[in-house]
Write a protein that binds this ligand. Structure first.
Ligand code: AQP
Length: 331
């Protein structure tokens, strides 16, 4: 049975991009594989964040996971910081990833481009090391991610190959990323050339927006010249983005979505996209609110941490033994 692992950083209000690119798909794996879904709270510290804001984001994310249909009986849901093995394996793996390759990571370059060197924390630079630890701790075979995270899974593969070559092929499991055919990169509604992102919120739809706001944002989304509803990322990025959102929500292909909108004018097209998004988010928000009010996410996170620890501690021990650390209980 394949083991699947993924996570989201609680850095801000989750966007429709996070929902379509990640959240919506997690539950699809829980019937066919062993699923580990975590809240990447340590990763959320890589840029300055207010403590109360962070704590609320963590609660929200736990509730969003459950509202999206993840079943805690099937999926292990936990916070990264509640399993100390993440930080311990990070301390070992950081010796097998190098400054040159870390400085070439797109996410690092983008997040640090407007920062002075003196303000860039080491955690932001070393982000892929901790992410590699997150993945390999659970012997994950498959990592479902949006497009922007592929590079980080690839560097994880590099470090796994390096370690296995040096210490034996069974030391770590080599992971593969899995990307959605449609919706791996949802763009901003106000500038469809940039990614919809929770820490750079322009043209974002937030998962907690009220339905009136969601509609308004979609109706005023930037469109393109011409009048045909057609998927053409280069010349019609705005329309293509809305088509992608529609296709992802309706779980149809881009071609099917295009066929559906033949002859539509932009205004009517947007109205139908808004209907689709509202229908999906309305239910989702009701479930989210129940979970927040009942605090049912708390026992889920406690139980999840205990289950995650069982696997993580075994992997950590295996790596500690492989690299030559003394096992003081079994020497
Ligand atoms: N716009 C997007 N379209 C499709 N997928 C997306 N993801 C994020 N934005 C989009 C996917 O959501 C998951 C969560 O990733 P993350 O929270 O670890 O960080 P991220 O990828 O950097 O997401 P954000 O929203 O842009 O966060 P910030 O602004 O804090 O950096 C991942 O699977 C990601 O691919």
């Amino acid at each position: 049975m394949a083991r699947i692992l993924s996570g989201i950083k609680p850095t801000g209000n989750l966007t429709l991009g996070n929902y379509i690119g990640a959240l919506k798909h997690f539950k699809d794996f829980q019937d066919s594989g062993e699923v580990y879904i975590f809240i990447a709270d340590l990763h959320a510290l890589t840029l300055p964040i207010d403590p109360e804001f962070l704590r609320n984001n963590i609660r929200d994310l736990a509730a969003f996971y459950l509202a999206s249909g993840l079943d805690p009986k099937k999926a292990t849901i936990f916070t990264q910081s509640s399993v100390p093995e993440h930080a311990e394996l990070n301390a070992i793996l950081q010796n097998y990833l190098y400054m040159g390759e870390l400085s070439r990571m797109t996410q690092f370059k983008e997040k640090s481009k407007n920062m002075k060197d003196s303000a860039i924390g080491l955690g932001l630079f070393a982000y892929p090391v901790l992410m590699a630890a997150d993945i390999v701790l659970y012997d994950a075979d498959i990592v479902p991610v949006g497009e922007d995270q592929i590079q980080h899974v690839e560097i994880t593969r590099d470090v796994v190959n390096r370690i296995n070559k040096r210490y034996g092929k069974d030391t770590l499991v080599l992971p593969n990323y899995k990307i959605n055919k449609v919706g791996a990169r949802i763009m901003s509604l106000s500038d469809p050339t940039v990614k919809m992102s929770k820490s750079d919120p322009k043209g974002d739809i937030f998962l907690r927006d009220d339905m009136k706001t969601v509609r308004k944002k979609i109706m005023s989304a930037v469109t393109d010249l011409g009048s045909e509803v057609k998927y053409d990322k280069e010349n019609k990025p705005g329309i293509s983005n809305l088509l992608t959102i529609y296709a992802s929500i309706k779980e149809v292909s881009i071609e099917e979505a295009e066929a559906h909108f033949v002859g539509y004018r932009y205004g009517d097209f947007k109205r139908e996209v808004a209907d689709a998004v509202v229908a999906e988010l309305e239910l989702f928000q009701q479930r989210y609110q129940q979970i927040i009010d009942s605090k049912e996410y708390l026992p889920v996170l406690r139980e999840g941490a205990a289950r995650a620890k069982l696997i993580a501690s075994k992997t950590l021990k295996r790596v500690q033994n492989a690299v030559g650390l003394l096992d003081i209980d079994n020497d």
